[in-house]
Design a protein around this ligand. Structure first.
Ligand code: GTP
Ligand code: MG
Length: 458
């Protein structure tokens, strides 16, 4: 009797769940099954724009994609306009800058999309060729962390930011903390609002120059069309500054609604795959604090997607990602003999993040790359030893140099080791190579990226 009652009860619940999910399935507009949206994410200057440009170039020309082309059916790729009213990713300008002007593209200050249409040769001539499209998005790195503010109230953001500043050993951070500690409930008015906003904004810009990563809101550093907009006049304060709290909170909430939700989030909907570009060398050469800060920022990028709570119901409402590829860029800054260690260093940085995602059934992978190989590795004798040098044009003086970049450690140093070691790597310019028609950019491992990212579709 009891069992029968229980069975009826569970049957009803199961029916209810099925009804509910059927309703949801009908309501959610699904993408055509042969379209894949890929978010190319990463912090500022991690190499997103050059990576997308190289990816497009490799797929269009295919002369340096042997790893893919030798194992897959022949395919053709064409560049299409983006689906929405989104700005088109300016591949033609970027590729001209890299191949003909031998310079890197400027930092990105707008969101842009691009669509690549694939046609794959059918197995038999009587069958139609199959087609699918991938959509890629390029995004100013400064804005990426704004998406994490979606989960934070003004009070939570203030608390998190102040805690973060307290752990930064920088005099300007200390100065800002002193300023906000001195505010009491009676302090208010447009002058102090603007003064605080400017002080915090300048602090963010200063910390960016000093290689810190957890900088929010992104529009304070890169306002784009919001420069001088009073909407941005807020800053993190202590809860005791009651006179300022009401007005700052109101602007923060509007920023979240009008900028983060309306503009930023709009572009991150419906992505099925994600690439996270990481400048591992930047993390290594700027010391323990910057490394920890970058790692926290990368973790936050992943919090945009609700991996942890990703369950049966939630996945319908939150952006859901099936595959994440962690990519360490600029591998050409170190000698080829160091690539195995470089790869281990990437693993060391993201292993715990990966583990968490694996548990949530998200497929993850890693890869080291150079989107545009700007150096060559050469062997030189030094005091009787054969050493691997990199040869390339230094950004600093635009001259060709042979440099010994040293050994890359397979693991990030401890805080103490970091204090005693000096890791210094140089920035190079694109090589002064003249390209044949239909010749793709020189790269390291972009073929592996194609295979890992979309190999299952080819
Ligand atoms: N040596 C080397 N440097 C690279 C490579 N890719 C990017 N860089 C360097 O990294 C810088 C930033 O690259 P971008 O692609 O503009 O970076 P981004 O992530 O788009 O930057 P934002 O748009 O500012 O967020 C370039 O100006 C180059 O100095 C590469 O493959 N090799
Ligand atoms: Mg860019």
């Amino acid at each position: 009797m009891k069992n029968k009652f229980l069975k009826n009860f569970t049957d009803k619940i199961t029916d209810g769940i099925e009804d509910f999910t059927n309703k949801i399935t009908i309501k959610i507009p699904s993408l055509p099954s042969n379209n894949i949206k890929i978010a190319i994410t990463g912090l500022s200057r991690s190499g997103k724009t050059v990576f997308i440009t190289s990816l497009i170039d490799q797929l269009l020309h295919q002369d340096k994609l042997q790893r893919v082309t030798s194992s897959k059916r022949p395919f053709k790729v064409s560049l299409k306009a983006p689906t929405k009213n989104a700005k088109r990713f300016d591949y033609y300008t970027f590729i001209r800058e890299l191949k003909e002007e031998h310079r890197w593209p400027d930092g990105t200050d707008e969101i842009s999309h691009t669509v690549l249409e694939f046609e794959i040769k059918s197995r038999f001539s009587f069958m139609n060729n199959s087609t699918f499209a991938i959509e890629l998005i390029d995004y100013p790195g400064e804005w990426i962390l704004d998406l994490t503010l979606l989960n934070m109230s003004f009070e939570e953001w203030c608390e998190k930011t102040i805690k973060w500043l307290e752990n930064i050993s920088d005099p300007l951070a200390k100065q800002y903390l002193q300023t906000i500690n001195s505010l009491n409930e009676n302090v208010k008015g447009p002058d102090i609002e603007l003064k605080l906003h400017r002080q915090y904004k300048e602090l963010l810009i200063h910390l960016k120059k000093n290689h810190y990563s957890q900088l929010t809101p992104g529009r304070f550093i890169l306002p784009s069309d919001l420069a001088n907009d009073p909407l941005l006049t807020f800053a993190p304060i202590k809860s005791s500054a009651l006179g300022l709290k009401k007005v700052f909170k109101k602007r923060y909430k509007r920023y979240i609604k009008d900028v983060v939700k309306e503009i930023h989030l709009e572009h991150f909907k419906d992505f099925q795959r994600q690439v996270i570009l990481i400048d591992v060398i930047e993390a290594l050469q700027n010391g323990y604090e910057c490394y920890k800060d970058m790692k926290e920022a990368i973790k936050s990028i992943l919090d945009i997607y609700d991996y942890k709570n990703r369950n049966f119901f939630l996945k319908w409402f939150k952006p859901s990602i099936q595959k994440v590829l962690f990519v360490a860029t600029k591998a050409d800054q170190v000698a080829a003999s160091q690539h195995a260690n470089f790869s281990m260093l990437l693993d060391d940085m993201i292993n715990d993040i990966r583990r968490e995602m694996d548990i949530s059934h998200i497929q993850t992978d890693t890869q080291i790359v150079s989107s545009l190989k700007s150096t060559t590795t050469i062997q030189k004798s030094y005091e009787g030893m054969k050493l691997s040098f990199v040869r390339g044009i230094l950004e600093k003086d635009s001259q060709m140099h042979d440099l010994y970049p040293g050994e890359i450690p397979p693991k990030f140093p401890t805080k103490e080791e970091w204090d005693s070691e000096n890791y210094g790597y140089k920035s190079f310019l694109p090589p002064k190579k003249s390209y044949r028609e239909n010749e793709a950019l020189e790269h390291i491992n972009m073929d592996r990226v194609v295979d890992k990212l979309i190999g299952d579709l080819l």
